[in-house]
Design a protein around this ligand. Structure first.
Ligand SMILES: Cc1cc2nc3c(=O)[nH]c(=O)nc-3n(C[C@H](O)[C@H](O)[C@H](O)COP(=O)(O)OP(=O)(O)OC[C@H]3O[C@@H](n4cnc5c(N)ncnc54)[C@H](O)[C@@H]3O)c2cc1C
Length: 287
């Protein structure tokens, strides 16, 4: 059943201060509305519980990308198209470009935002694996000031995260100069566009003379939250790229993921694919 539009209220604050002031005075009453590409799907089904929305889609601070020598801040309101076209992101953070390119199709990429993708907290979202592989931080803002959180600690359980009702995600911070020698991104879905991931993996590594110095792996659709398989990462630390080590890493990864059967895929298939993607990534480190 479709929603009854007059039951809903939308307010457009003039600036960020007004947004956080409203959130702080009435924390659970207002919901942020950025691109609306997740919210409108729920709205159309008549299942959108909140009735009051703050339209943050034209707040300039959320729409900007700011860089200095050390890092780049991607405003939470930046769209996938902005991300794909930014020269520093294109050059230094190809996994962000890759994940933006496989999110929905062009209309969604022009409208959907990175902040919305994070805050929607879907375990199948496509940018979280890249953010995990780059060890991104997120900057949260409330009337009490800024809070910087390592993104790997943001998601806590299915659709639960360290995001307080009076806070807004302000930006994503990516550190430059990470000494990455190899990167990898694969989204496995039913089609190459407009498909939600069955399994998604992003990874970065530093490899020196055939030996792994470190790896970071971000996975989507293989558990209740986007996750980093830290046991597998620790196992691979300072390891040679031998057949046995790759085999052992694959075995270990399968102990760290808990995929489910759902309308898009089956747990058994997801396990097999996650193992295959890790193997493909580790094999790619040999060249
Ligand atoms: C046809 C279609 C295809 C899609 N394909 C993909 C896909 O391939 N991969 C994928 O990952 N997603 C996909 N999506 C989902 C969606 O487009 C993305 O998650 C998008 O990034 C959501 O951003 P938005 O700005 O539209 O969020 P909204 O719908 O505006 O908001 C989503 C949630 O985030 C909250 N929110 C938004 N901004 C902030 C903020 N700054 N701080 C705190 N909370 C905030 C909102 O309150 C809401 O709870 C698809 C959606 C559609 C309709």
């Amino acid at each position: 059943m479709r929603a009854f539009v007059p039951e809903y209220e939308m307010k457009t604050p003039e600036n960020l201060e007004e947004v956080i002031s409203i959130l702080s005075k009435q924390p659970n009453e207002w919901k942020l509305f950025a691109g609306g590409t997740d919210l409108m799907v729920v709205f159309e089904t008549g299942k959108l519980k909140q009735k009051k929305f703050l339209n943050i889609n034209s707040i300039p601070e959320l729409k900007s990308l700011v860089s200095n020598e050390e890092d780049i801040l991607i405003g939470a309101g930046c769209t996938y198209s902005q991300i794909q076209n930014h020269p520093i992101i294109k050059k230094e953070f190809p996994l962000m470009v890759h994940s933006a390119k496989v999110t929905g199709a062009v209309a969604i990429q022009n409208r959907g935002t990175i902040g919305g993708n994070i805050a929607n907290m879907s375990p199948a979202a496509d940018t979280p694996p890249s953010l995990l592989a780059y060890d991104a931080d997120i900057i949260l803002l409330s009337t009490k000031g800024y809070r910087v959180l390592s993104y790997k600690y943001f998601h806590q359980a299915y659709k639960q995260a360290d995001l307080r009702p009076n806070e807004i995600i302000m930006a994503v911070r990516l550190k430059r100069e990470q000494n990455i020698t190899h990167d990898y991104y694969r989204k496995v879905g039913t089609r190459s566009a407009q498909a939600i991931s069955k399994v998604c993996m992003a990874a970065t590594a530093s490899v020196n003379r055939g030996k792994i110095e470190w790896v970071r792996i971000g996975l989507g659709s293989v558990g209740p939250i986007p996750l980093r398989p830290t046991k597998t990462e620790h196992f691979l630390f300072q390891k040679e790229l031998t057949f046995d080590n790759i085999k052992e890493a694959r075995k270990m990864l399968l102990t760290e993921i808990t995929p489910i059967d759902d309308i898009r895929s089956e747990a058994m298939y997801r396990r097999e694919v996650a193992g295959n993607l890790l193997t493909e990534f580790l094999e790619s480190l040999k060249s």
